[in-house]
Ligand binder design. Structure first.
Ligand code: S3P
Length: 182
């Protein structure tokens, strides 16, 4: 496989981090989680960044990171669920990456995040309703940004990781075959 990055996008709680780590192990690619990278550089949790410095600041950090990630190769990148709201981010991630959308139903997300309080955009009020609304707003964006879409509901993390590698290999090969010969 060419050392193109594998970029995982999708809604909060769809499994980008845990599946991404598995894909990293299986391929030998290095794993990066954009939220963790930002948390380490700011020395605080995403929820604290939102509370103390604001979402705009967080989005600015995401933007800077996407720009630097466009220079990298051989990485599996698990992105924050809102990263593709910026067309510039999507463009940068695509420069050297195949974009894989991990598609999950609101029910699946709700099940995964039932006890989770680390997502500021879902905190306070009716979480189930917030997930539905935000997913409705973003669904098309995830789909139009993705090169590959993989449904994650009712699949084990192992199976999803295997699916991703298989589909990325197929996509990568087709891309090479359709490029004009020098
Ligand atoms: C966000 C998703 C989170 C994190 C932040 C904002 C979003 O990442 O970046 O809370 O806007 O969807 P995960 O998708 O890893 O939960």
């Amino acid at each position: 496989m060419k050392k193109t990055n594998i970029v995982l996008i999708g809604f909060m709680g769809c499994g980008k981090t845990s599946v991404g780590k598995k894909v990293g192990h299986k391929t030998g690619y290095k794993f990066i989680d954009t939220d963790v990278y930002i948390e380490n550089s700011e020395k605080m949790a995403v929820s604290e960044i939102f509370a103390q410095k604001g979402e705009t600041h967080f989005r600015r950090l995401e933007k800077e990171l996407c720009l630097s990630l466009s220079e990298k190769s051989g990485h599996v990148i698990a992105t924050g669920g809102g990263i593709i709201k910026s067309a510039e981010n999507a463009e940068n991630l695509k420069k050297n990456g195949i974009i894989v959308y991990l598609k999950a139903s609101p029910h699946h997300i709700n099940k995964n995040l039932f006890k989770d309080n680390s997502r500021p955009l879902l905190s306070g009020g009716n979480k189930k309703e917030k997930i539905k609304i935000l997913m409705f707003e973003r669904q098309l964006l995830y789909e139009s940004t993705a090169d590959i879409t993989i449904s994650v509901s009712n699949k084990s993390k192992e199976k999803i990781a295997e699916n991703i590698i298989k589909e990325v290999r197929k996509f990568d090969k087709n891309m090479r075959n359709t490029r004009p010969k020098p």
